[in-house]
Design a protein around this ligand. Structure first.
Ligand code: COA
Length: 390
């Protein structure tokens, strides 16, 4: 035994492990919505205008005209009916086609922090806890609105939390990766409680001028409080196990970044500075990856598909979720077993599975098992197996 090991042999922290639990969640939903009808009308006006502006080049066969978008296609291909956004005026203006968000002064709360704060307060209230009970904040999201200081540290400051905070980005899987990081810290005893917050302003990186993807995303923020189960004051979900996996792919990519200025075409308005995906390939490659990931995670933990009462999946596409639900349960899920929120919120990146969990988990009975799974760019996939404790 190494000499230092003897020193810690009887240290209480080394001896003791804790059971991590989700004791509260919160959702911040923006006040503005865009229906498919509004979205398609704005896109089609933009397409007509662009085609008129480029009439000569189109007539000469130099460029392809932009085709119209359609409500029927969007609903059939994705299941999305509307999305919430932080600003609809810019998105729906054919002259603008992106959100217009006021520049805030450095001494004002940033917009992501403000959204996360609302969700975090709701999560704390549900758990019956205050900032004094929390030791760490993880801001886990697909994008951070600035390079530094970390958004998480600003959120920590706004909430009045002592301890530490950091940002992490695993795209759509950020929430489950954040939950794993927090659960591991709680389990080891290094902290008592952590808030994982997921503010997503997806409207900021969506290319609203591309009909292939303009319907995909919406804005939201979610928060999850992870504590020692022994500190829970009401019903909670014990975190039985977490599992994360990644495998590199360029099929969902955004080339914006801090080196942009240094490149030959500098800050030009290039298509690859916004969200890009090869949707068909993502569909084909991510589905087997996720189904296998969940199956292996459940098998490793001795959880049979007949044991699972609920699946809270990443909210990107209804057909994808139907497929995964059927694979995991070995049958078509009953109504309510695999709740979707994407029809109202669209894809909200890392927050989607947490919205579903937050809205559709309170009815589970003590002892019921459920699984949260998020997946997306990277590729990345994260799953969390939970047991309801009354
Ligand atoms: N309105 C009308 N037609 C449209 C359209 C629109 N808004 N967007 C695309 N189309 C057309 C395409 O041009 C194509 O026409 P073609 O057959 O003549 O070439 C046809 O509809 C089918 O397009 P396709 O892109 O193959 O549709 P799809 O069935 O794959 O659905 C997605 C597109 C994006 C909904 C789907 O691929 C998907 O959800 N993929 C996974 C997305 C995902 O999970 N991403 C993770 C992001 S975090």
């Amino acid at each position: 035994m190494p000499r230092y090991a003897a020193l810690f042999e009887n240290h209480p922290k080394v001896q003791r492990m804790f059971t991590p639990a989700i004791t509260g969640t919160g959702v911040f939903t923006p006040s503005q919505t865009i229906t498919n009808a509004e979205l398609v009308a704005a896109f089609n006006a933009y397409a007509d205008k662009t085609n008129a502006d480029n009439a000569e080049a189109i007539a000469a066969g130099k460029i392809e005209p932009l085709a119209h978008s359609s409500e029927e296609f969007i609903l059939k291909a994705s299941g999305i009916e509307q999305r919430y956004v932080m600003d609809k005026s810019g998105v729906l203006d054919p002259e603008v086609m992106h959100p217009l968000l006021r520049q805030r002064a450095d001494d004002e709360p940033s917009i992501m922090a403000e959204m996360a704060l609302d969700a975090a307060k709701k999560a704390l209230a549900q758990a019956g806890k205050s900032a004094a009970d929390v030791d760490a904040v993880i801001c886990a999201a697909s994008n951070m609105e600035r390079a530094y200081p970390a958004l998480a540290i600003e959120i920590q400051e706004l909430l009045g939390i002592e301890g530490f905070a950091f940002d992490m980005n695993v795209a759509c899987s950020s929430a489950t990766f954040g939950i794993q990081a927090a659960a591991d810290m709680v389990r080891s005893g290094s902290i008592r409680a952590a808030l994982v917050v997921n503010p997503e302003i997806c409207s900021g990186h969506l290319e609203w001028r591309d009909r292939d993807c303009h319907f995909i995303f919406g804005d939201v923020a979610t928060a999850t409080l992870i504590e020692r189960s022994e500190d829970a004051t009401g019903a909670y979900f014990e975190i039985l196990s977490t599992r994360c996996a990644t495998s590199f792919s360029n099929n969902i990519r955004n080339n914006n970044g801090y080196l942009r200025r240094s490149r030959p075409d500098g800050v030009e308005d290039r298509r690859d500075m916004q969200f890009m995906q090869n949707g068909r390939k993502v569909f084909k490659e991510v589905l087997p990856m996720v189904s296998q990931h969940i199956a292996e995670h459940m098998e490793a933990e001795g959880v049979a598909n007949t044991d699972l009462k609920r699946l809270w999946l990443h909210q990107a596409n209804k057909t994808m979720n139907d497929f995964i639900g059927k694979k995991v349960l070995g049958r078509t899920p009953e109504a309510g077993e695999q709740p979707n929120i994407l029809q109202d919120y669209a894809n909200t990146s890392s927050a989607g599975s947490i919205i579903a969990f937050s809205k559709y988990s309170a009815d589970l009975a003590a002892g019921d098992l459920g699984l949260i799974c998020s997946f997306g760019a990277g590729y990345s996939v994260g799953s969390v197996i939970l047991r309801r404790v009354a």
